[in-house]
Structures are given as structure tokens and as C-alpha cells.
Design a protein around this ligand. Sequence first.
Ligand code: GLN
Length: 472
Amino acid sequence: MFSFTDISTYHNQLLQNETNCVSAVTHYISHIRSHSHLNAFVELYEAEALETAARLDEARKNGAPLKKLHGVVIAIKDVICYKDHAVSASSKMLRDFKSLYTATVLQFLLEEDAIIIGNTNCDEFAMGSSNENSFYGKVLNAQDNTRVPGGSSGGSAVAVQAGLCMLSLGSDTGGSVRQPADFCGIIGFKPGYGTFSRYGLIAYASSFDQIGIFGKTVHDIHLLTEIMAKTDVRDSTMHQTPLPAITKKENYSFAYFRQMVEHPALDPEMKIAFENKIEEMIHKGHTVEPVEFDLLEYIVPTYYVLTTAEASSNLSRYDGIRYGHQSAEKAENIFDFYCNNRTEGFGEEVKRRIMLGSFVLSAGFYDAYFNKALQVRRLLVEHANEAFQKYDAILSPTSPSIAFPIGEKIKDPTTMYLADIYTVYANLTGIAGISLPLFSHSSGMPFGLQVMSNNRDELTLLQISQMLTVGI
Ligand code: GLN
């Protein structure tokens, strides 16, 4: 029976001939099949994964050295392009679309001999917090099938949670890696804006989007981060220099935003766990201090104004001519043609956001909404810069509640949006964030601690995360 703990143990087992890549892939394929009710995967790349595994096993037998991700079985969210493989953003709009090229970060993983096992279900165009917005149906939380896994990268989170692969990739525009990691009891890491290339990632809101990583150990995530953070000239918004080295310290200094911890939406039990963690960290010699954050009430509205504006522009390309679903309905003119294609191709939440975005960008409301939101974003960036002059990292809960029951929030978009209160801050400011599965709720569900570092301090953030997760 194959079992996985971390990449370095797996590599040792391979070198000792205790297992091989074909056994690993066979194990995951049968596990994915027996857990098909979770609906985590859109497509399995069974034949090619087995073929790659056999090739790697053969190469090892012939004495070839192991590359960094030799035989590491990885799943990718259905928004990441992989040449000649279907990619649909879990939308009817792109149901039959095949990628014409491979996303840069995925190419980096393939070059290190990773095995891609399949692509995972998500909220349509990565819009959602519960994975209930997918054309392929909802994803179930593996720990409690009556609850959501979080979103929008719910399939990728559940794939790691349920042991259906070793690691997975998601995308995080406002929390879509950290929040499902929090709901599923695993680690979810979003680098700072510009750290990973976005080339080959289907765009939702381009000034927020980043690819992120799900895993069960910080070491594994660290390894993938170093591989994926290589520069790429095809993404002009990314940093063109290598990630700075870790700042190693015995004791770090942390801030937390008082208003975040005192927010009435935060589950009281989660608040206590957070406060106890702070006490424990102070006891161990770290500095942990409260910082005022008067803009808390503005961050969710600011996020939804700016991301819907960007989405309305990004998604205009799906017109049924260049890309996307073409309606069978006969159209009288070009307007009706677009209208039929888009009406049938997009789901309800995506349409809501395109309309919201078009509204905030419209001539009469641009200043009142879009420009105002840009101004708030600027204030948030200044506030974050100030905090990082004094502190190494910022702590917060990842989400105000544990994984909620399926159906609880889906009919009320505002309530769903408000649940993003702790995650959107990192995307608005471009900083990095990670959710660490440190806590357990009385309901038995897991929940996490969010740690955020300045952009470019990702390796230090991972070092801090390693320190905080020792013993879990
Ligand atoms: N829940 C957020 C939203 O619905 C985050 C989505 C994301 O990060 N892709 O926009």
C-alpha cells in the first residue's frame, strides 16, 4: 500500500526501491476513482501519468539522478493551461476548449519531472468561496460531505486533503487558495503579486491573480516555490529578480490587526484559539502586537469593485467567436449572437460580476466606485508598508468561520462575499499569505492561522511557517 508523507521521504523510498512511480500513480488513480463522489477532479490524465511514471522508473533503474520533483504527483486547477489538455475554468463557456500552450509555472514543474495527474474542479472562472459555482457541480469537503470545501480552488484543496495527489496548484485572487486550505485542514500558500508567472493562468482580475500551492508540509511547498518563482519574460508584471534569501531570526516580530480579531463575524471559539496562539508565541519569545486598522470595513467592497471591474474586461474575450460557447439559437444580428452565447455560456455568479464590473466602470459611476476603490487600495498599500517596516509578518484568522454547510450562503451573495474579509487584504496589497492548519473546532472541523509577509519575503514567510507548524 502506497502512502505519502513528504517529497524527501518519497524520494528516499524510491532510491531504496521500496516503491516506484508507477505504484504511486496507480494508487492515486484508484483513490481518485473511489472518491469520485467528492467531485474534486474534472479530468484524469491516467494514461500519460502512468507513461511518465514508467519512464521515470526506467531512468532511475539506469542510474539517472533524481530531479527535484521526480515522480511527484501533482493536480492542477482547471484555470491553468496545459498544452493539448482541456481547460475550461469550470465553465460551460470553455467546455471544449484545449490549451494551446503550457503555463510557465507548470512548465517549470514538468522540467523537474513532476507527474500531472489531472485537473481539478473549481468555481466558474475562480469566482466564489464555496465551489458551488462550478459547471461540473459542487465539490464536497472530504472531512464532512455536508460541508463546502471552500473556493474557488475547492477541487485542488480536496485533492490534497483526501490524499488524491501529493500537492496541487490553485489560484488566489482574493483567498481562493488560503480559504479552502483553511476549510480542509491543509496548507495553502499564495505568494506576493509578481512572484509566480501568470502566463497561462486564465485571468479573473489580473492585478490580483496569483497561482498558489496546496500541500501537507511546509518543506514541500518551499521546494515548489523555489522552482516556480523563476522569472518569465512573458509576464511583464512579475519581478525579474530571484527571490531574496530567508531572514533567519530566533524570534520574529508579528502584528495583528485589532479590528480583525474583534470583528463580530469571527466565530468566538476561533477568536479564543487565535488569542491563545498569540499568548503562546509571546511566551516563546516572539513579539506579537496589536495594530490599528480602521479600513477593515472597506476591504471587501473595495475588492469586489476592483475585481469585478477587471473581470468584466477580462471576460469580454468570451464572445463565442474567438473563444467560447456558441449558441445553437439563430441570431438576427451580431448583438443577439453575442448575447445568446454569453447568456448560455456563463453561470449566474459570473454574469452578476460582469454586470457589477460594467456598472462600476460606466461613465456616470466610475469616479464614485472604481476611482474611490483605487484610492482605498492605495491607502491599504501604504498601511501595509508601514506595518512591514516594524514587523516581519502579520497574523490573522484565515476565515471568520469553519467550512459552512453546502447551500447555506449560495443564495445570498453579500454574505458569501463578506466571508472573504480576512483574505482579500493580501491581494489588495500584493503581499504574500499562507494558511496553516493549526486548530481544531469543537465541531471537529479544522481551521487555520493566516500569516502574511511582505511581497518578496516569501522564503522568510515559509521559514516562519515551518517554525509555527513544528509539532502538528
Ligand atoms: N472568494 C473570492 C471571490 O469570490 C476569491 C476568489 C479567488 O481568489 N479566486 O472573488
